[in-house]
Design a protein around this ligand. Structure first.
Ligand code: G3D
Ligand code: MG
Length: 225
């Protein structure tokens, strides 16, 4: 789509164990659909999406790098951490192991990424623990799984580590865009405080257009191409 205007481009990485739903979250964000049988991610995949943050009156282009969660690709995925301003640290609420492992992923991110990076902990697959015949997005009773990570525990750990936190479902779409929005708002605050800037931070790019040329619906106010 040509002629689309934005105030900022912000680079995100999505990381966490294999099979927690990283690629599914990205596809849900960019295409508003759920992949039934996603291919395993080889190295790194890319997706992009324009979102509006009405409170800030800003249009932001998210550039998201979805990384492979397997050990064999770690050296490749680490190289993508460096320029990121935001990170989705994903685990599966039905897998205690994936929650235990987010500690290692966080340590990796902290070692290789910008120290000011905004990180949001995302507990994915909540649909698997949500029964309810009237709710078409919830799991069918036969596919219900036991939750292994209580919300309160993850929330507390996120707080201790200075992370934002949300539970989500790539399958139902619950809180997927919200996860990116919450993290984006935090990054915009950091931009305003001068923590990130156009010259020093490769994960944030400022539009060269004047503010008056941009409308928050993502389209230029005047002119077309
Ligand atoms: P990854 O990119 O982290 O490796 P994928 O994970 O996105 O490839 O997803 C791994 C598996 O989990 C896929 O199922 C996918 O459909 C499923 N999945 C991802 N997100 C959700 C979710 O929110 N809810 C449910 N119920 N399943 C999800 P398969 O069957 O292909 O292994
Ligand atoms: Mg993947």
């Amino acid at each position: 789509m040509s002629g689309v205007a934005w105030h900022y481009v912000i680079k995100f990485i999505i990381t966490g164990d294999a099979a927690v739903g990283k690629s599914s979250l990205l596809v849900r964000l960019t295409d508003q659909r759920f992949l039934a049988n996603p291919d395993p991610t080889l190295g790194v995949e890319f997706g992009s999406k324009l979102i509006t943050i009405p409170e800030e009156n800003k249009v932001v282009k998210l550039q998201c790098w979805d990384t492979a969660g397997t050990e064999s690709f770690r050296s490749i995925t680490r190289s993508y951490y460096r320029g990121a301003a935001g990170c989705l640290l994903v685990y599966d609420v039905t897998s205690r192991q994936s929650f235990t492992n987010v500690r290692t992923w966080l340590a990796d991110v902290r070692e290789h990424a910008d120290p000011h990076l905004t990180c949001i902990l995302v507990g994915n697959k909540v649909d698997l623990c949500q029964p309810g015949p009237s709710d078409t997005t919830a799991a069918a009773p036969s596919s219900l799984r036991q939750r292994e990570v209580p919300t309160e525990e993850a929330e507390l750990w996120a707080k201790e580590e200075g992370l934002l936190f949300v539970e989500a479902s790539a399958k139902s779409g619950e809180n997927v865009e919200a996860a990116f929005e919450v993290a984006t708002k935090d990054i915009l605050t950091k931009i305003q405080r001068g923590v990130f800037d156009d010259d020093r931070s490769p994960g944030v790019k400022l539009s060269k257009a004047r503010d008056t040329d941009l409308a928050i619906d993502g389209q230029p106010k005047s002119g077309c191409c």
